[in-house]
Design a protein around this ligand. Sequence first.
Ligand code: NAI
Ligand SMILES: NCC(=O)COP(=O)(O)O
Length: 327
Amino acid sequence: MPSSRADTRPLAITCGEPSGIGPEVIAKARTEISDVPFFVIGNPDHFAGFGALMRLINDPSEAGNDALCILPHDVPGPARPGWPDRQQAAGVISAIARAVDLALGGRVSGVVTAPIHKKALKDGADFPHPGHTEYLAALAGNVDVVMMLACPALRVVPATIHIALDRVSTELTPDVLETVLRVTHAGLRRDFGIAAPRIAVAGLNPHAGEGGTMGRQEVEWIADLVARLAPELGCFGPLPADTMFHAGARAGYDAAVAMYHDQALIPIKTIDFAGGVNVTLGLPFIRTSPDHGTAFDIAGRGVADPTSIIAAIRMAWDMGQLRNALA
Ligand SMILES: NC(=O)C1=CN([C@@H]2O[C@H](COP(=O)(O)OP(=O)(O)OC[C@H]3O[C@@H](n4cnc5c(N)ncnc54)[C@H](O)[C@@H]3O)[C@@H](O)[C@H]2O)C=CC1
Ligand SMILES: NCC(=O)COP(=O)(O)O
């Protein structure tokens, strides 16, 4: 029988890159959200000066809505806006691992990650992953995950994520695409409450290959794969990517699966950069993130817009309530 009780566990927010806009937007989010308990894993010094009342906690159970609650974590040194410190990289990474431990242990209702600077983590701590998505999948036991970017007007999934363009056509295989479609379908049902998702699949090549004249993947395997999975997963395509994101086309699907990073992220960041949320589907816990990065060019100026992290916090919270209600 579905549970009628709310999930009252707080969300854990990871500090992300201290010299980016993460601390500022987290603090701003706290001043605007009064109905979601959350706490940050990070160095309290990095969150001072952004207008939020702060309270240090020793355990997630002490988190509330009254202040920006901080679970202190060893991310040493001051934050210098726009200038990442190599000595902070290990702490930024271990804060993510700590949040995952709390989530896997059932101590928090979900994890929201503030932006990391991938190169700073590589330079400072030889971070072997291209982003959170891949790191979280590894921490969770190498599960199959997909990256979804979601806003009220559009949900998109890149089938390949942080790889160079010249690797896309070899790394995009039938197995990869089938897994992405399955994880996307399951995520739409579980976390977005869509009973029978419709998933539009983009072609890889211009005009979805134009019958094989502009690329062969569509006629050689993508169309057959999509057709085979259609009865089970509600997928259709491949569609020409250049014409599947206008408003009329978007009305025909619940999510679009694109073949590579920019094919998916350009439309959503154009439509709703402020309100987009990055959500990882397939993990054994909830994870969301703002769609933007560390924005070094504006860090420390007080002008960062918290809309995306607010949407990320609300989405994680709502997903937690939905999962709890259905448990
Ligand atoms: N979830 C994550 O950890 C993400 C991390 N990144 C990382 O962030 C770093 C910088 O990436 P960029 O491509 O420069 O993208 P970015 O999103 O950091 O910045 C792009 C442009 O948007 C502006 N902008 C971004 N967020 C804003 C906000 N909240 N308010 C006002 N203006 C905002 C910036 O000032 C900049 O002009 C890279 O290392 C990238 O990998 C990027 C996206 C997500
Ligand atoms: N372009 C999206 C991005 O970089 C976020 O990636 P992740 O860190 O959430 O895997």
